[in-house]
Design a protein around this ligand. Structure first.
Ligand SMILES: [Zn+2]
Length: 437
């Protein structure tokens, strides 16, 4: 190419990049400059522009983000710069072309032993309301599938909520109903801890899956229109939830066990059953869940290195679980693991498509719930990179729409429909009983 033509083509590239600057991952610029430059130089520019166009038109839904924790603990304003080690802000959500964000109401098991799980849930709900009140031009409080479509039309980000850890309801169906009334639209039946009515993937086996009360919780969630989330639960709990649920279920942030053998991921037989149930698996981006074989030894090594420091934090903040988690996350973030290539993450989408079908996969990255993520998928600003990779692998625009948010939206609407039917036929059970421990 002659110099003048090179200059002209550079100028055109610059103008194109400026027009679509919303999608250039700022997190990547901040932390991984050299890798990004490499990525740009090898990027197929025409395909990238096509990806951006598809991405801008699509409904993009992130079903699991833990930024709610600093919003609650430190009154972190999403309009500002996230405090270390967090990564989510309104500016980045916009860069990522997000239509809807599910703010996770993650309730630490500490509150089971010390009391206050439901109160903590209320505090977290309040932080989401306050974020929307602070930024009415950018954010929109949302509770239905049509709200998400409305947010897209108004160029706002729909803010929804999901409870992480069924212990949040303190074994009370009335509390579950109150959380629904406040706007909570999914509940992860357990976190890593087995609770009084459901076994967790990483917890003790106490109930052989769901207890009778656990099944009642699932039925009541169906009746309300609250999505049943099976991330974190044991395989048997998942199987029971699939047996009991009248509505399609979700895994808000789980990946495929065949590619990364951790109990938190979903085995192929249950992926097939979720497909049969009409549900959706929203893949988790956390490096360990993407490629356990590569990441677990690195993660263990780091754990050993930081063991003494972590232990002294545990002593220092024994009565303050929120500060303890924040400080240990901060410590871990100082020693990031070598990032996995983005292709390893896309492999999970391919796998779920192969096993369960194109209608049963979506995105639930778990940002701000973990520190280590693959290159190019490290925060909410980077969603366009996923679209680009999917195009590269030959996914059609229609398929990409499904993965980015269409599948989840279908499941959400179906759960709303089931709720409308059930509300007519069932009284709703005035049960105020609590189960005995
Ligand atoms: Zn989680």
């Amino acid at each position: 190419m002659k110099p003048r033509r090179v200059f002209r083509s550079l100028l055109i590239s610059f103008l194109i990049l400026s027009c679509f600057s919303f999608a250039i991952p700022i997190g990547a610029q901040r932390t991984t400059q050299p890798a990004q430059s490499r990525a740009r130089s090898t990027r197929d520019e025409a395909l990238w522009q096509k990806a951006l166009a598809i991405h801008r038109r699509a409904i993009v839904i992130d079903t699991h983000n833990d930024v709610t924790t600093p919003m609650t603990n430190d009154d972190y304003d999403l309009g500002g710069t996230p405090p270390t080690p967090y990564r989510t802000s309104i500016a980045r959500m916009k860069q990522g072309g997000e239509t809807a964000e599910f703010f996770s109401l993650y309730i630490k098991p500490w509150y089971v032993a010390h009391g206050g799980a439901a109160r903590r849930t209320l505090d977290m709900i309040d932080s989401v309301y306050r974020a929307v009140e602070r930024h009415p031009n950018d954010l929109m409080f949302a509770t239905t599938s049509s709200d998400i479509r409305r947010a897209k039309a108004q160029n706002k980000i729909a803010c929804l909520m999901g409870i992480e850890g069924g212990h949040a309801i303190e074994n009370s169906l009335p509390a579950l109903r109150e959380f629904y009334r406040l706007g909570v639209r999914y509940m992860t039946l357990t976190w890593n801890n087995t609770n009084d009515w459901a076994d967790a993937a990483r917890g003790e086996r106490k109930h052989n899956g769901l207890s009778d009360f656990g099944k009642e919780v699932v039925r009541e969630m169906n009746r309300l229109g609250m999505l049943v989330d099976v991330s974190h639960v044991s395989d048997k709990t998942m199987s029971d939830a699939l047996d009991v649920s009248k509505a399609p279920i979700i895994a808000s942030h789980s990946s495929a066990r065949a590619l990364s053998n951790v109990p938190r991921n979903i085995p192929d037989d249950l992926l097939r059953r979720i497909a049969k149930n009409g549900g959706v698996v929203q893949i988790n981006f956390y490096s360990l869940f993407v490629d356990q074989k590569t990441v677990a030894p690195q993660s263990d090594e780091r754990g050993q290195k930081l063991k003494a420091q972590q232990e002294s934090l545990s002593v220092k903040y024994a009565d303050d679980p929120e500060r303890l988690a924040e400080e240990s996350d901060k410590l871990e973030a100082q020693y990031p693991l070598p990032p996995l290539p983005l292709s390893r993450l896309i492999d999970h989408i391919d796998h779920i498509v192969k096993v369960a079908g194109i209608d049963h996969v979506g995105l639930g990255p778990d940002f701000d719930g973990a520190n280590d993520f693959p290159e190019g998928a490290r925060d909410v600003s980077m969603f366009p990179n996923i679209t680009y990779e999917l195009l590269k692998r030959g996914y059609s625009e229609q398929d990409i729409d499904k993965i980015l948010g269409g599948n989840f939206l279908r499941v959400f609407a179906q759960a709303e429909l089931v709720a409308r039917k059930m509300s007519r036929s069932i009284s709703g059970g005035g049960s105020t009983r609590r189960i005995n421990k």
